[in-house]
Write a protein of this length. Structure first.
Length: 318
């Protein structure tokens, strides 16, 4: 297993022998939280991958430009990889035991392509983390997804996952309250366009936008926290007509949170972050105020949208 660590030591990426990756991240004192969104200094994030490569094929993603053949991992493989990464990180940073763990599923599609796998892995990891005191407890579970075709059993699966997380020893600093916006289980939907044709260009293997929005509206009504991720790309989805289409889509929800990510360009990509970024943020914010904006594109493991690059970091073997 190889480990790549940022110079400040707050982010480590573990590359397992099977080629998959697990990243562990904390927020440096005085900085804003993961991706630029708020700071809870008593947690560490674990970013989980379910495969080598990715079946979704987002055109702008580092995993796509790497052209790594897709290979799905088993429940046991994923659990062992994550536990190996945690235990290796605890040897370097034993202070993590006094923090709370956030499990973050990367947006590789398996959160909805293989719901049984995600539930079983989450269940096992929550058990091991608490039983073997790998942290003080659980900060929550996040699933990031582009939402591939929706299985018919998905809503029941989401209910089960939510209940599973509520039953853990939760981070008291979060003040989670059932039925209110702050929940310990959340779904992040990578939108990137409110127009089907544009979105299909960016994300070839995905659900129809209106079908997806109707689905997430159903989850919102059930009390599940849904957050939208969005990036603006130069000359692709950064017109004001596109922004107005996005505003119209947001109005379907009860003040849903929109997180505007900064695009971290990776080797081999032809995509660029929109030069209209600031103007688009201001335009949307006039009609939809529940927005959080990532501070910068980033340049290393902490980059947006699963693009865990290997720049400005130190490599070791463990």
């Amino acid at each position: 297993m190889e480990v790549y660590r940022t110079i400040n030591g707050h982010v480590a990426k573990y590359v397992h022998d099977d080629g998959s990756e697990t990243a562990i991240k904390t927020i440096p004192e005085g900085e804003v939280g993961c991706g630029g969104y708020g700071n809870v200094g008593n947690k560490y994030n674990i970013f989980i991958s379910t495969s080598v490569g990715c079946p979704v094929g987002c055109k702008f993603c580092y995993l796509t430009t790497k052209k790594c053949p897709y290979h799905k991992l088993s429940v046991n493989d994923i659990v062992m990889n994550v536990l190996d990464a945690i235990n290796a990180e605890l040897l370097v940073r034993p202070e993590l035991r006094s923090m709370y763990t956030k499990l973050s599923w990367m947006g590789m599609g398996d959160g909805f392509l293989d719901t049984k796998l995600v539930f079983e892995v989450t269940e096992e990891l929550l058990y091991y983390i608490q039983s073997f005191e790998l942290s003080a407890g659980i900060d929550g579970v996040d699933i990031a997804t582009t939402l591939p075709k929706i299985p018919s059993t998905t809503i029941n699966y989401i209910d089960k996952l939510s209940e599973l997380v509520w039953e853990t020893h939760l981070n008291p600093k979060r003040e989670y309250i059932r039925g209110f916006n702050r929940q310990p289980f959340r779904i992040f939907y990578s939108l990137h366009s409110a127009d089907n044709d544009t979105r299909s260009l960016l994300i070839p293997n995905t659900e129809d936008v209106l079908e997806a929005i109707n689905y997430f509206k159903t989850l919102e009504i059930k009390g599940i926290t849904v957050i939208l991720h969005h990036m603006f790309f130069e000359d692709i989805n950064d017109s004001f007509d596109e922004a107005n289409h996005l505003i119209s889509l947001l109005s379907v929800f009860n003040n849903i949170e929109l997180r505007l990510l900064r695009f971290n360009a990776c080797p081999g990509t032809t995509y660029k972050e929109s030069s209209n970024f600031d103007a688009l943020v201001a335009h949307i914010n006039k009609q939809h105020t529940n927005i959080k904006v990532q501070l910068s594109p980033g340049s290393e493991i902490s980059a947006a949208c699963g693009q865990f690059l290997l720049s400005r970091i130190v490599k070791n073997e463990v």
